[in-house]
Design a protein. Structure first.
Length: 251
């Protein structure tokens, strides 16, 4: 999706929702110039360690059900700028996929930067042999975001990447007191785009102060009363887990 539409927020909560379904999940951050997942997951002080078998990912807790890899774990501090050209980015993404001891995973969620550039092309090429399930596209209701997102959907279709669905983020404001949702921006644009380009509409996520606070503090919003704001992600995770179980049993 376009920059600032909440891709990392959706990716981190989607990963947590999948873990909720009993899956073992990998979360890979390939936004090399602006990594935010370590902060969103409360892992700012964590580092990736090198072993004789490769890099060891950072786990969110002792269950080791959610493994995270981000360039943010390799930087000296949060103010360090990553100034790399395409070949260096491509090589790093290849390392993240091939040299990390991910262990047995039920699924791998990949958080990408805005646009359709080196990072997207590289990760799609490397994963092509594994027949990835597809991409989830994130937008906000405004027209400028929808215009950019439609290009990303076109990109996915042009390279044969299935689009699992579209999420309309920041769709209204959910009052933490009365729980009423007010459409302070436009609304419905994401659903209209999904219908126009014939991709599934996953649902809307409103602006919710509690969810925002959890994201800033590295906490799990599914453990709060504002989990209702993320209902569409939980439903998506339930459907994905169900279809994965069905596919496994038929093999």
């Amino acid at each position: 999706g376009k920059g600032g539409v909440g891709k990392s927020t959706v990716a981190s909560h989607m990963a947590r929702a999948l873990v909720e379904q009993g899956l073992t999940v990998g979360l890979l951050d390939i936004d090399l110039c602006g990594p935010s997942l370590p902060h969103m997951l409360g892992l700012d002080q964590s580092k990736i360690h090198q072993s004789s078998s490769g890099w060891v990912p950072v786990y969110t807790d002792s269950t080791k059900r959610l493994a995270v890899v981000s360039i943010g774990f390799l930087l000296a501090d949060k103010t360090t700028a990553v100034v790399w050209r395409g070949p260096k980015k491509t090589a790093t993404i290849k390392q993240f996929l091939e040299d990390v001891m991910w262990g047995p995973l039920d699924c791998l969620v990949i958080d990408t930067p805005p646009g359709t550039s080196d990072e997207h092309i590289s990760v799609c090429e490397y994963l092509q042999a594994f027949n990835p399930d597809g991409a989830v596209v994130v937008t906000t209701p405004q027209g400028v975001a929808l215009s950019d997102v439609s290009k990303e959907i076109t990109f996915c279709k042009s390279i044969g990447m299935p689009v699992l669905g579209l999420v309309e983020n920041m769709s209204g404001f959910r009052c933490p007191t009365c729980e009423e949702c007010t459409n302070i921006f436009a609304t419905g644009g994401g659903e209209a785009l999904a219908t126009a380009v014939e991709v599934p509409f996953i649902g809307r996520i409103p602006i919710d102060p509690v969810v925002s606070q959890c994201t800033e503090q590295g906490q799990n919003a599914f453990d709060t009363d504002s989990a209702a704001s993320l209902k569409c992600l939980r439903t998506f995770a339930e459907d994905f887990a169900r279809s994965s179980a069905g596919a496994s049993s038929s093999e």
